[in-house]
Design a binder for this molecule. Sequence first.
Ligand code: ZN
Length: 171
Amino acid sequence: MGQSGELTYCPRCGHRLAETLLETEDRPRLVCTSCAYVFYQNPRIVAGAIPIQDGRVVLLRRGIEPRHGYWTFPSGFMELGETAEQAAVREAKEETNLEVAILSLLSVYTRIEAGTVAVVYLARVVGGAPQINKEALEIATFLPQEIPWDDLAFESTRWALRDWVRRWGER
Ligand SMILES: [Zn+2]
């Protein structure tokens, strides 16, 4: 990786990549100086499920960096070979031990500075019992008025919970 975090060497042939403005592109790309491979850099997709149980939201306190010790709902990077819904359900199981079923899409949140797009679903808890693990120091449920707004992990956590609270109020 280069100093600014971008790839320096071609993933295909190992030669050096150089920032190049190609005729077919509207912005400079990292292009291999040997085999002309174009290394496109695009946002990564995060999938998350907000588990709801009796009108309360299930949150976990992160046991890993970044934002160790701060609250969020289960979410994580999608893997190849799964749908966004499957990724959200998988992350919920991994991070809380809860089995959830997707109810609906809440919304999609772009964090430009992080280069991520979060696809966030509302889900209901259908099985399992909350269990702490290396990714979760603590797991707890909150009513809208109990959400620890000052101790949330990410901007997108706040945006999504704000949208959940808004919907909760509409019921
Ligand atoms: Zn190359």
